[in-house]
Ligand binder design. Structure first.
Ligand code: ADP
Ligand code: MG
Length: 261
């Protein structure tokens, strides 16, 4: 399976007086199951907009998103539904991704029911327990009845991952999914994500401004600036020999990497 953004652009047209904003400009990326692809760039460089386009939440102004060569825009209803199951989102929790009034069991169970992966209550519970185990929330039964405020930041992020994984996606688009977490908690969630690649073969489009994280986990890196992909390559090449001035600046500004030089 191959997920591609091909020459994708997005222009936001403001109200009457406002200038249009070109948030993404001719960006192309590729992602596959089993692969950890990172998109890095400063705030405002268009990362989240590209993520929303990949997730089929907003349309591109130009270019296309394709799954195995089939553009989203020309998919049948069934293909589109399959796309939306195969490519799942994990966003930052403070953005309000979890409903404060829903328990963990309900949050994860609802998507299982919606997609008819489970139908009865016992079957749903069993599947919820399975995915909670996959994200390291054990004993899973202890977490079923908890509400978001009864969970730590790392646990909430694991629930978001569990909810995505429940649909057996091939690729997860994670937008700043660990950026708000403390270092040790962050490492734990990243281990869970890497573990899911080993166990389920899931791939990631991992969007972040956090370069030390990218250095640790990514296979392939795209560098975004002002809506454009200015550089891409295998992680080791990008980190050892950045070819673009902007990438060099970005790397120099990352504290952990600075120390290592
Ligand atoms: N819905 C929107 N309407 C207008 N402008 C937007 C909208 N969403 C994002 N933008 C603008 O697009 C640019 C890229 O934003 P974004 O994709 O959120 O970047 P990043 O995630 O890298 O911080 C910014 O200038 C932002 O203000
Ligand atoms: Mg963003």
């Amino acid at each position: 399976m191959l997920l591609e953004a091909k020459n994708v652009s997005k222009v936001f047209r403001g109200r009457r007086s406002a200038e249009p904003v070109r948030a993404v400009a001719d960006a192309s990326i590729r992602a596959r199951p089993g692969e950890f692809v990172a998109i890095v760039g400063e705030s405002g460089s268009g990362k989240s907009t590209l993520a929303r386009i990949l997730l089929d939440l907003i349309p591109a102004s130009a270019g296309s998103v394709e799954l195995d060569g089939v553009p989203i825009a020309s998919m049948t209803r069934a293909q589109r539904a399959d796309y939306r199951r195969s490519v799942q989102a994990v966003l930052q929790d403070p953005a309000g991704s979890l409903n404060p009034r829903k328990t963990v069991e309900r949050t994860v169970g609802e998507v299982l029911r919606l997609h008819r992966i489970a139908t009865t209550a016992p079957e749903t519970r069993e599947k919820v327990v399975d995915v909670l185990r996959l994200v390291g929330m054990t004993p899973a039964e202890r977490f079923l009845g908890r509400y978001p405020h009864e969970l730590s930041g790392g646990q909430r992020q694991r629930v978001l991952i569990a909810r995505a994984i429940a649909l057996s996606p091939r690729i997860i688009v994670a937008d700043e999914a660990v950026s708000a977490l403390d270092a040790s908690v962050k490492a734990g969630v990243l281990r869970v994500m890497a573990d899911l690649t080993d166990r389920l073969g899931v791939g990631y489009v991992f969007i972040t401004h956090d370069l030390p994280v990218v250095k640790k986990v990514a296979d392939h890196v795209y560098v975004m600036r002002s809506g454009q992909i200015v550089e891409e390559g295998p992680k080791d090449e990008i980190f050892s020999a950045p070819s673009h001035d902007y990438t060099r600046t970005l790397l120099a500004a990352a504290p952990v990497l600075g120390e290592e030089r």
